[in-house]
Design a protein around this ligand. Structure first.
Ligand code: XMP
Length: 328
């Protein structure tokens, strides 16, 4: 007689027993469905003894940090700290063009910022007479568990996916993984039951290195800004067209080339936005999404008119394999 409702009750009991009456837990949240569902479960189980950390790496989507903070903190009542490290991340990305180097820099900086924040919270807890932090929450799903014990799939080996692995050794925390037996659709169902808004539950996956691997070539604040604005318009129009849930993942990439255009009687020489949208079940293989031309036309017009510095928009018609979903 297994249901999500009884899963919630049982899992909350398990967490309470595991952590004890005074134990403290920390965890990183990203605004994605997994980390949010895991965080809400913790909040239900141990209240403010769970402390969530959102690291602003400077390469999240437009207004994403504020939106996530609002939803998690104000609406869902999670004890949340936002660590604004965008300047640090962007300064370290300066001059770097190699995709794997970008991933490493972002992954390592993330760990550094997260740990510093965790130590700060630990000290704060000490002053409040609370227990030391002994637990780390992770929103690991069943497929992640399988992937990490079996041979790694192509995307995991070809691109070094960064997650919060590595935190454990440095901080000697115990892992707590309430979603480790669930599939994505079950996590979504659980999220709904926990009162998490639909917008968040159905959000497309977003890579840890964020817009840094969607700005091809050097990542500067100006380039991030252009990619963000274009992406925001793209996603908004996909939602307006009622296609967001049909598409597994969509984003705008900013290409490191300039092309000639014309505006009024002026010649322009500006950048190119590539639109990517795929349908996939497992993200190991993917087909490009067949947009109605009218939707593409609207998106293209809006991006070129509204995003300063862009005079051309192209649509990516490559499947995976041999292409990957991300351009970098
Ligand atoms: P690819 O580009 O390998 O992407 O076809 C497959 C899925 O993985 C995501 N992805 C990443 N996620 N860190 C992440 O957390 C990364 O470095 C990374 N690289 C790709 C990608 O967005 C897609 O969902």
């Amino acid at each position: 007689n297994w249901s999500m409702g009884s899963f919630i009750d049982k899992e909350i009991e398990r967490i309470r027993t595991l952590v004890g009456p005074h134990g403290c837990v920390i965890g990183a949240v990203s605004g994605g469905v997994d980390s949010t569902v895991a965080a809400v479960l913790m909040k239900r189980a141990i209240g403010d003894r769970f402390h969530a950390i959102l690291v602003d790496n400077g390469v999240m989507r437009l207004n994403e940090c504020e939106t996530v903070k609002h939803t998690l903190n104000d609406s869902l009542g999670i004890n949340l700290t936002v660590a604004d490290a965008s300047d640090l991340f962007l300064s370290r990305l300066k001059g770097v063009t190699d995709p794997e180097k970008k991933r490493k820099i972002i992954g390592n900086t993330f760990i550094e910022v997260f740990e510093a924040e965790a130590h700060r919270i630990d000290n704060e807890n000490k002053e409040l007479g609370r227990d030391k932090i002994e637990w780390l929450l992770q929103g690991t799903l069943y497929p992640d568990v399988i992937e990490s014990i079996s041979f790694k799939g192509p995307s995991a080996t070809i691109k070094s996916h960064h997650n919060v692995g590595g935190l454990l050794e440095d901080m000697r925390l115990n892992l707590i993984e309430p979603l480790r037996e669930l599939f994505k659709d079950e996590v979504r169902a659980l999220g709904s039951l926990l009162g998490i808004p639909d917008d968040l539950i159905w959000r497309h996956p977003f890579p840890g290195p964020g817009i840094a691997i969607r700005v091809l070539g050097e990542v500067t604040p100006e380039q991030v800004d252009i990619a963000r604005r274009a992406d925001h318009i793209y996603i908004e129009e996909i939602k307006n067209a009622g296609l967001y849930r049909k598409i597994s993942q969509a984003y705008a990439a900013l290409l490191p080339v300039r092309s000639v255009g014309v505006m009024g009687d002026q010649r322009t020489y500006e950048q190119v936005i590539a639109l990517r949208a795929v349908e996939t079940k497992d993200f190991m293989t993917a087909d490009w999404f067949e947009f109605p031309y009218s939707v593409l036309k609207r998106i293209s017009n809006r991006i070129i008119n509204e995003v300063h510095g862009v005079n051309r928009v192209v649509y990516d018609v490559s499947s995976k394999p041999p292409s990957t979903i991300e351009w970098e």
